[in-house]
Design a binder for this molecule. Structure first.
Ligand SMILES: Cc1ncc(COP(=O)(O)O)c(/C=N/[C@H](C(=O)O)[C@@H](O)C(C)C)c1O
Length: 393
C-alpha cells in the first residue's frame, strides 16, 4: 500500500481489523473480480449511472485556443459528478462483504449525495457526516441526501468542515466495524482506500482513452483534471500513466494566494502538491498544508470540493516522479473560467472543474494539439455562491 514514500496505513490499532478485512475484500472482489463483482459494478454504472459518458469535442474552446479540446463529460454521470463511480463501487463492495450500514463524510456534498444515491439504489441504510459550516453552504445537497433516505449528521468539532467530518466518520467506523462500511470520498486514507478509489474512478480514463483513439486516431498530448483529494484526477490519468507522450496536469486550488504564513495556521489556498510538506493525514503519509509545528493548516478555495489540506498519496508520488505536473490557478481565474465555459460551450461546470479550464486558458498554445479536460461535475450546486462571489468582485 505504498506509493514511493507515500501511502501506508497510519491508523489506530482499533481500526486494523477493519482495514485488514477491507484489504482482503478489495483484493478478491476488485482485483480478482470474485463472484463477478466488477461485472455487476460495470452493469450498474451503465444502467444506474448512465455510463459511458461522452468525450466531446469543444468547438468554441478549440477555436479560442487554436488546438483540439475534448471534454470528458463526468458532469453527465447520474447525480452530476464523477463521485458516483466511487460511491457505487464501495456501496456494492459493502454489500458483497455482508455489511448492513454505510457511513460517509462529505465537504461539498457531492460525495455525500453520490453515496446517498448509491445506498438507496442498493437498499443500504446510510449516515453522512458533514461539517456544520459545510451544511450551511451546501444546503441543496443536504436536502438531496435526506431525500434519498440518508441521515445527515452535523459535525461541530473544530471548524466544522471536511477534516473534522472525516475524523468523525473514522471514529464511527472503528466503533461499528462489524456491520458498517466507510465509503471514503477520494483517493485518500489508509491502504487500500487510495488504490481502490483510483480503480473505481479509472473507468473515466478507460473510456476516454478509447474515445480519443476513435475520434482522433491517437492519444491526447495532454490531460487536465482538477485535484481536491485527487480522485477525478487519478481516474482521468490511470489509463494514460504508461503512455509517456501524454502529459498529465493536476490543477489544484490556488485560492487567493500561494504564500503560506506558517505562523497563522491558515493557508489561503489548497495547493497541497505545490506548497504542502510530507506528513500523515487521515491514515496516509502524503503532502499536506501544515504549519511549522506539523499542525494541519486550514485550507481555502472558492470551491468547497477542492478545499482540502491533503491530497492522495499516489498523486503526490506521481508528482515527485515528474510523471504528473502539479499546477494551480487562483479563485478569480476559476470563477472567470466558470462563466467562460457556460457562455462558450453552454455547459455550466462545477467550480472545482472550472480550475482545469482556467489552467487551459492560462497555458494556451503550450499544451499541444490535442487536449483532454476532465469535466468532473456540473455547476448547479454552485449557482448561489457564484452569484454572490461575482457580485462581490
Ligand atoms: C464536482 C467535484 N469535482 C472535483 C472534486 C474534488 O474531489 P477529487 O476528485 O476527489 O479531487 C469534488 C469534491 N467533492 C468532495 C465532496 O463533495 O465531498 C469534496 O468536498 C471532498 C472529498 C474534498 C467535486 O465535488
Amino acid at each position: 500500500g505504498k506509493f514511493g514514500e507515500y501511502g501506508g496505513q497510519y491508523v489506530p490499532e482499533a481500526l486494523m481489523p477493519a482495514i485488514t478485512e477491507l484489504t482482503d475484500a478489495y483484493e478478491r472482489y476488485v482485483l480478482e473480480n470474485e463472484d463477478g463483482f466488477m461485472d455487476e459494478f460495470r452493469r450498474r454504472l451503465r444502467d444506474f449511472g448512465g455510463r459511458p459518458t461522452p468525450t466531446q469535442y469543444a468547438e468554441r474552446l478549440s477555436e479560442r485556443y487554436d488546438c483540439n479540446v475534448y471534454l470528458k463529460r463526468e458532469d453527465l454521470v447520474h447525480g452530476g459528478a464523477h463521485k458516483l463511480n466511487n460511491a457505487l463501487g464501495q456501496v456494492l463492495l459493502a454489500k458483497y462483504m455482508g455489511k448492513e450500514r454505510i457511513v460517509a463524510e462529505t465537504g461539498a456534498g457531492q460525495h455525500g449525495t453520490a453515496t446517498a444515491m448509491a445506498a438507496a439504489h442498493l437498499d443500504m441504510p446510510c449516515e453522512v457526516y458533514m461539517g456544520k459550516r459545510d451544511i450551511n453552504r451546501q444546503r441543496p445537497n443536504v436536502f438531496r441526501m435526506r431525500l434519498n433516505g440518508s441521515t445527515v449528521t452535523p459535525v461541530t468539532a473544530g471548524r466544522g468542515t471536511l477534516k473534522e467530518a472525516i475524523s468523525e466518520t473514522m471514529r464511527d467506523w472503528a466503533t461499528n466495524v462489524e456491520d458498517t462500511h466507510y465509503v471514503i470520498g477520494s483517493v485518500v486514507g489508509p491502504h487500500p482506500f487510495p488504490a481502490m478509489v483510483r480503480d473505481f474512478q479509472s473507468v473515466i480514463s478507460e473510456e476516454a482513452r478509447g474515445q480519443m483513439r476513435e475520434k482522433t486516431g491517437g492519444l491526447p498530448d495532454a490531460v487536465l483534471a482538477c485535484a481536491g483529494g485527487g480522485s477525478n484526477t487519478m481516474g482521468a490519468f490511470a489509463e494514460f500513466v504508461d503512455d509517456e507522450d501524454v502529459a498529465l496536469y493536476a490543477v489544484e486550488a490556488g485560492g487567493s494566494s500561494l504564500s503560506v504564513d506558517e505562523e497563522s495556521g491558515v493557508a489561503p489556498n489548497s495547493a497541497s502538491l505545490s506548497t504542502g510538506r510530507e506528513g500523515v493525514l487521515h491514515g496516509a503519509r502524503t503532502k499536506i498544508l501544515q504549519d511549522r509545528d506539523g499542525q494541519i493548516m486550514e485550507s481555502h478555495s472558492v470551491s468547497s470540493g477542492l478545499d482540502y489540506a491533503g491530497v492522495g498519496p499516489e498523486l503526490a508520488h506521481l508528482v515527485d516522479e515528474g510523471r504528473v505536473t502539479a499546477a494551480n490557478v487562483d479563485d478569480d481565474a476559476a470563477l472567470t473560467a466558470f462563466h467562460r465555459l457556460s457562455q462558450l460551450e453552454g455547459i455550466i461546470p462545477a467550480l472545482e472543474s472550472a480550475h482545469a479550464f482556467a489552467y487551459l486558458e492560462e497555458n494556451r498554445g503550450e499544451l499541444g494539439d490535442s487536449v483532454l479536460v476532465n469535466l468532473s461535475g456540473r455547476g448547479d450546486k454552485d449557482l448561489e455562491s457564484v452569484i454572490e462571489e461575482t457580485e462581490k468582485r
